[in-house]
Design a protein around this ligand. Structure first.
Ligand code: GLN
Ligand code: ZN
Length: 758
């Protein structure tokens, strides 16, 4: 009999209860008891939602982040957090840099969890880091689940991934030397679980889907050789891809079970099945744990039937990865139409799919007849739906040639025409697009959406905001203006709502970090543009001033990356569809007299595949999509792009290949790293290294901003430098923005006096 389990469940709550409880606790409006009560409620709900499974996960819950929890349980505490204060205060201080009562200290660094949009806190290890196990909180969760009558399988972050994700002080990387001590702590951990009566323990080692050097592979081998000596059965979980060239390593480990991602790693399913002993458990993640589409039950059953035959009890059925990356419950969506809803499954529904697949494998398809018929009908309807397939889009896609993604002249010639047309001074100043989204602006959009504010009144109010922002910029003396994005809620949602092929949920939240959630739109069909998206407000702004106004678009890779993509079309094709819609928008902006158009790609690096071998092909299509959106313009029209980070080392060739006339980037927090890149790489086009860190309320001085540009001049010729903030200003207040931009303009003037002609 095939068994069922899950690797983890969303912990933010069906209605984001945990988010609100956390924020209320942080604000000092409620106490620890209330927070813990909400947390218990979420766990109880989660276990109930999974009770049909043979094993439910326990210990996967976290108040903030599972990597931080692991560090805390191992007794890893960077010195700056050592203070005599309550446990929970110290915990949140590490996560957020602040907690009720006490001084602020820099929080742990936060970074992306593999190729997802979840962010974890990076553990900091000393050169001689010791470990001291304290898992009472996890044991409490396990007992809680058992008391509720559940069969539990504790979930732990594996030791090698933990070590791999941790960091040490610069130039001191001796993480692998810590492995023996770490393994001793993990052995103690497993022994404690065994003493608790636990049989199976899930150890997550997602690094197994990445390229690993011999040293890290050796660490995996050593770790599981040791840990398998404890009296529990280990399910080693890999996910987010194939095992790649860690296949022999993983299948040679002396663990009792292996989980593989048969969605992202489908290509390797047969090989793993062949290599993994039949008398050991193979857990196959067949239900996509990180997208929103309903599983085609029939296809899943067909795929697994031969494995079930051969493996019997030793086949486990599961979601591909933790359901942490999926919204909670589709049943709440009362504003999605029935057809679209019938194509989707969130975490609760995915658990049910797992149960159904296993039931059919064990008892025959007849045992789930009704569910199977519904699944077949949904799959068929989706394949044939006129809402999904737009022949005009397919035709246009087919007619695309290389010409479409090439500007007419090379940059060196274009830039001369653009300079003639724009007549900007040296070190031109600009901003990244948004200006403060005041409570008044948010209120306007909210009232208008709720029908409390008439369309005409809303538009008058937005026009007034745009005019105010244009006047502010003129008064500040900025050179290239923007309209301020007052009409935009979110840089992807705004476009998705106006394009065909996108749907929006009400409660489809996914945790991004801590209490922060995102609600990605769902790309369900061919993307097309029925009407202009941004032309009216941009042209309106341009009509108010003699200075050039920059049009502002979100790029195709970012729109794709921050959405749930359809699973019936490859990512490059979806990106190309979005790019074509944007290309039309770019053309309309140009026709409306807009001379500069910025196409933001903050997610460009986020989609980077985990394995090196997949990165080249990714860059090819991502770069092509960007260029497709941009390259339709005349050479005199200037294309900008923007990215919010500066870890450019791995991607600088691709950045250059975008061939944007100007790129603005994050620099102020990491000037050194960035300049290091440009020391070795001769970036050909114009560039605006952000001189004002908009993530901080601090107002940078004239001199410090000028100094940053002066340093940049050592590597990038002065005539190709722009002066701008790091990112959009929407989260800042005018009281901060005004003096900061005023200093920024003064810094540019100071540089000009230093002498440089364009
Ligand atoms: N144009 C957007 C803004 O200014 C860019 C946001 C971003 O880079 N994330 O808000
Ligand atoms: Zn940005």
């Amino acid at each position: 009999m095939a068994l069922t389990h899950s690797l983890g469940f969303p912990r933010i709550g069906r209605r984001r209860e945990l988010k609100f409880a956390l924020e209320s606790f942080w604000a000092g409006d409620s106490g620890e008891a209330e927070l813990q009560a909400v947390a218990r409620g979420v766990r109880r709900y989660n276990w109930q939602a999974q009770q049909q499974l043979d094993l439910v996960p326990a210990g996967d819950f976290s108040l903030y982040d599972q990597v931080l929890d692991t560090a805390v349980r191992l007794g890893v505490l960077p010195q700056r957090f050592e203070a005599d204060e309550p446990r929970l205060t110290r915990y949140f201080r590490q996560a957020r840099g602040r907690a009720p009562g006490g001084e602020d200290v820099p929080a742990l660094e936060m970074t992306k969890w593999f190729n997802t949009n979840y962010h974890y806190l990076v553990p900091e290890l000393e050169a001689d880091q010791g470990f001291c196990l304290d898992i009472h909180d996890q044991l409490a969760q396990i007992r809680e689940a058992k008391a509720l009558g559940h069969a539990v399988k504790p979930v732990l972050l594996g030791p090698v991934t933990f070590l791999y994700l941790a960091k040490q002080r610069q130039g001191q990387d001796g993480r692998l030397a810590l492995l023996p001590a770490l393994l001793a702590a993990y052995r103690q951990w497993l022994a404690a679980l065994a003493a608790e009566g636990i049989d199976w323990v899930q150890l997550d080692e997602p690094i197994l889907v990445q390229d690993l050097g011999a040293d890290w592979q050796g660490a995996v081998e050593a770790a599981y050789g040791e840990l398998s000596r404890e009296p529990v059965r280990i399910l080693l979980a890999s996910y987010f891809g194939t095992l790649g060239n860690n296949l022999a390593l993983a299948t040679g480990l002396p663990v009792a079970g292996l989980h593989i991602d048969a969605v992202a790693g489908k290509a390797q399913l047969a090989v793993v099945d062949g290599a993994w002993p039949k008398d050991k458990v193979l857990s196959v993640g067949i239900v996509n744990g990180r997208n929103v589409w309903r599983t085609d039950l029939n296809a899943a059953i067909e795929l697994l039937a031969p494995l079930a035959q051969r493996r019997g009890d030793n086949l486990w059925v599961a979601p591909s990865c933790s359901l942490l990356h999926s919204p909670v419950d589709l049943d709440q969506e009362d504003q999605l139409d029935d057809e679209l809803k019938s194509w989707l499954a969130f975490a609760v529904q995915k658990v049910e799919e797992v149960r159904l697949i296993a039931k059919a494998l064990n008892e025959g398809k007849g045992a789930i007849q009704e569910a199977l018929a519904a699944s077949d009908a949904a799959a068929l309807a989706r394949r044939q739906s006129g809402r999904i397939h737009n022949p005009a889009v397919a035709e246009r896609l087919a007619s695309i040639t290389g010409e479409h993604s090439r500007r007419q002249r090379p940059f060196a010639e274009r830039i001369k025409i653009q300079r003639q047309a724009l007549r900007l001074p040296a070190y031109p100043t600009t901003t990244i697009g948004s200006f403060p989204q005041t409570p008044a602006i948010r209120g306007l959009r909210r009232d208008w959406r709720a029908g409390r504010l008439a369309e005409a009144d809303y538009r008058t109010a937005i026009a007034r905001e745009i005019e105010a922002v244009v006047r502010e910029q003129e008064a500040l003396g900025l050179d290239l203006l923007v309209h301020g994005e007052a009409e935009r809620n979110d840089m992807v949602e705004y476009f998705g709502e106006l394009l065909a092929g996108f749907a929006f949920t009400r409660f489809g939240w996914v945790q991004s970090y801590g209490s922060r959630c995102v609600k990605p739109p769902i790309i369900f069909g061919d993307v097309s543009r029925a009407q202009p998206l941004t032309v009216e407000w941009t042209a309106f702004a341009q009509g108010l001033t003699d200075k050039p106004v920059k049009g502002m678009l979100t790029g195709p890779v970012t729109i794709l990356g921050w959405s749930f993509p359809r699973d019936d079309l490859d990512l490059p094709s979806i990106a190309r569809q979005i790019a074509l819609a944007l290309r039309d928008e770019v053309a309309d902006l140009e026709a409306a007299g807009i001379k500069v158009i910025q196409i933001d790609e903050p997610a460009f690096r986020e989609l980077l595949p985990l394995k090196l071998a997949d990165q080249g092909p990714y860059f090819d299509w991502a770069v092509e999509a960007f260029r497709l959106s941009a390259a339709g313009v005349a050479d005199g029209t200037q294309i900008h792009t923007h990215m919010c980070y500066s870890e450019f080392n791995a991607i600088i060739d691709a950045i250059a290949a975008l061939d944007a006339d100007v790129i603005t980037i994050e620099t102020s927090r990491s000037a050194n790293e960035l300049l290091e890149v440009f020391r070795h790489y001769n970036y050909p086009n114009e560039i605006g290294p952000g001189v004002y860190d908009i993530h901080s309320p601090r107002i940078p001085s004239v001199d410090e901003m000028a100094a940053l540009i002066e340093r940049a001049q050592a590597y990038i010729p002065a005539e190709r430098l722009w002066v701008n903030p790091d990112c959009g200003l929407k989260t800042r207040r005018w009281e901060e923005v005004r003096p900061a931009l005023s200093n920024m303009v003064a810094a540019a003037k100071q540089l000009r006096e230093g002498g440089c002609a364009r």
